[in-house]
Ligand binder design. Structure first.
Ligand code: ADP
Ligand code: MG
Length: 609
């Protein structure tokens, strides 16, 4: 029989290995940044074109390479960082596998220019698909510059797998942020298609966080610090009142490396548990330092997941440190975003424009979980409920000449389709969560929040389709500070947002200015809606999906009455009415059940046991 086994040529082996290390342009950025840091650079410059498809260039002022090293560095397992396996347990560098450059050179055109302090002349290398094209002397300053062009030119499958430029750029920005947040003492500049995205001066950690996420951080962050024999914890956590719907700003670093650690994340979220509403997330920038031998970074090729020897112990210390930080620093005034019940259903187009009001509550105590009971007089705003009802009718697609006949009343709808509440019913509210009503054959429970989300969702979809969402210019435009990733999401969906009535302008580096908003949305809700929209698109996967649905969903989620809100009789009436006028009254916009009925039989059974 003929022998079949052959050794793969290096170029093929490297291409295969590249698949593991280099998944997208952002992976190249990460590897080159880490190399520049390992080389002791204090200034690093990044130039990106077409989200890294055509060019990723990273220039540093580190120690550079000799002419021989410059050629060697593209070999597989070529590294200057470890010489024996034992070194792995004493790592002070970010790289050590010696496969990044070999992988990159296998799937792109790479130009390297580098020079050491001692050398007069530098060296310039061109390499394509692992084949050395040229090596020459050149004049260049001390340090290294890698230009990676035409990424994946020989791996069409990978190239086709890339997402939109905006999505890929977001990945790059994410990697960039992870690196700069752990190196505040190093200056970075970042250009995208000729525009400067970041210009970061060397400074302390707080300054760096502010440079990246916007200036007004002083009031938002409190320091967290703890030191034991096993771990040193430092960094900042966000005050509870600034918790957001997006999970954006949650960072763990361990020994100068960004890590993901669901277990430690849990420790921090737990410390916030009583202090922030369900569904919002605290920001944190937490830096852990442990002895190199207590951490194993070798379990994953991209080194984001790591193992700690003393996991449980660190968890406990972290949880305590977070609680302590919150307890020490959190007693401050807060913006009052409490539900303003009357605004939800305010569809009055002639409504005079109000200045946004900010209430300062000096008594705010983050450890007091009980909220004061809302004033029921304020909530039982019959007028607004009536408006909602009128509005629903006005915007109904049925001809409106004789609305009382052509539009099915909810009760009609129920009687021939499915069973609904009895006419002239009184409703009761249970647990500030459910609206309960007797029906002919038993009892019906309606989840108030899910019901209202469904109502608003369908309403906004219909308004959108008819281009009926009115926009109202704000008297005081609202500034919202956003990170670069969030900004690029908003930019991408800006046009559709304007159909929803949002007038957004002034894309600076740090945020947006909202000048106009949908007619019936109160000013204080705008930042939360923008947040919710970003959250919906954040993974980058949904951005090409039906935006109309995503926006309607965001608005509904933000504007709906919540569990825990007291409802008056007439409000419950209107809610139930509007729900049964919906196209799909029984299923929530997240696919959960809105309505549950219990038959008399079921109720009787309860008494049998
Ligand atoms: P690793 O970083 O795991 O050692 P790489 O393939 O990323 O492997 O790099 C190979 C080697 O090339 C490094 O060990 C280092 O000696 C050298 N090198 C890479 N980038 C730079 C740089 N920017 N400045 C100086 N030396 C570099
Ligand atoms: Mg490396």
């Amino acid at each position: 029989m003929i022998d079949k086994i052959k050794l793969l040529p290096d170029s093929v082996a490297n291409q295969i290995a590249a698949g593991e290390v280099i998944q997208r342009p952002a992976s190249v950025v990460k590897e080159l940044l880490e190399n520049a840091l390992d080389a002791g650079a204090t200034h690093i410059n990044i130039i990106i074109k077409d989200a890294g498809r055509t060019l990723i260039q990273i220039t540093d002022n580190g120690h550079g390479m000799s002419a021989t090293d410059a050629r060697m560095c593209f070999e597989k397992h070529a590294t200057s960082k470890i010489t024996q396996a034992d070194d792995l347990f004493n790592l002070n560098t970010l790289g050590f596998r010696g496969e990044a450059l070999a992988s990159i050179a296998a799937i792109a055109h790479v130009q390297l220019k580098t020079k050491t302090e001692e050398d007069e002349l530098g060296t310039e290398i061109l390499i394509e698909g692992n084949v050395l094209k040229s090596q020459e002397n050149c004049t260049t300053s001390t340090g290294t510059s890698f230009a990676v062009k035409n990424l994946f030119y020989n791996v069409p499958a990978r190239r086709n797998f890339l997402k939109s430029n905006n999505a890929e750029l977001r990945h790059i920005i994410e990697e960039f942020q992870r690196v700069v947040l752990v190196n505040p003492d190093i200056a970075f500049s970042f250009y995208n298609n000729g525009n400067i995205l970041y210009q970061l001066q060397a400074g302390n950690l707080k300054q760096r966080i502010a440079q990246v996420f916007g200036k007004k951080l002083d009031e938002k962050l409190v320091p967290i610090n703890e030191k034991t024999d096993d771990v040193k914890i430092s960094g900042f956590i966000g005050k509870p009142e600034f918790a957001r719907k997006t999970r954006g700003e949650q960072y763990f670093f361990a020994n100068h490396r960004f890590i993901k650690h669901p277990y430690f994340h849990h420790a921090v979220e737990n410390a916030f548990k009583e202090l922030i509403p369900d569904g919002s997330h605290p920001s944190y920038f937490i830096y852990l330092e442990v002895k190199p031998e207590d951490i194993d970074v070798n379990i994953h090729p991209t080194k984001i997941e790591v193992n700690f020897t003393n996991k449980q112990l660190i968890y406990a210390i972290l949880a305590a440190a977070a609680k302590k930080a919150l307890g020490q620093f959190s007693l401050t005034p807060s913006l009052d975003f409490e539900q303003e019940p009357s605004m939800i259903f305010n569809f009055d187009k002639d409504r005079p424009i109000k200045a946004p009001s900010i209430k300062i509550n000096p008594e705010y105590n983050p450890f007091e979980s009980e909220k004061p009971e809302p004033d029921p007089r304020q909530i039982s705003n019959q007028e607004n409920w009536d408006k909602l009802y009128d509005f629903e009718r006005e915007t109904s697609t049925t001809p409106s000449s004789a609305p009382t006949h052509t539009q099915k009343s909810s009760m009609d709808f129920i009687s021939d389709e499915e069973e609904g509440p009895l006419q002239n019913n009184t409703f009761i509210q249970v647990g500030l969560t459910f609206v309960v009503s007797p029906v002919k054959s038993g009892m019906m429970l309606i989840n108030q929040q899910l019901a209202h989300e469904r109502i608003l969702y369908e309403k906004y979809l219909e308004l959108y389709d008819n281009r009926q969402i009115g926009s109202q210019q704000l008297l005081f435009p609202i500034n919202i500070s956003l990170g670069a990733e969030e900004l690029s999401i908003i930019k991408e969906v800006q046009e559709d947002l304007s159909i929803f009535g949002f007038d957004i302008s002034n894309f600076g580096n740090n945020g947006i200015v909202v000048k106009g908003a949908p007619m019936d949305v109160s000013d204080s809700k705008i930042p939360a809606i923008i947040d919710e929209i970003i959250l919906n698109f954040q993974s980058g996967q949904n951005i090409e999906q039906n935006r109309k649905l995503a926006f309607a969903r965001s608005m509904a989620k933000q504007l709906a009455i919540k569990t825990g809100q007291k409802l008056g009789q007439s409000e419950m009436n209107t809610l139930v009415d509007a729900l049964f006028s919906c196209k799909i009254p029984s299923v929530s916009i997240d696919g959960e059940q809105i309505i549950k009925t219990f038959s008399l039989e079921e109720i009787r059974e309860k008494f049998l046991s």
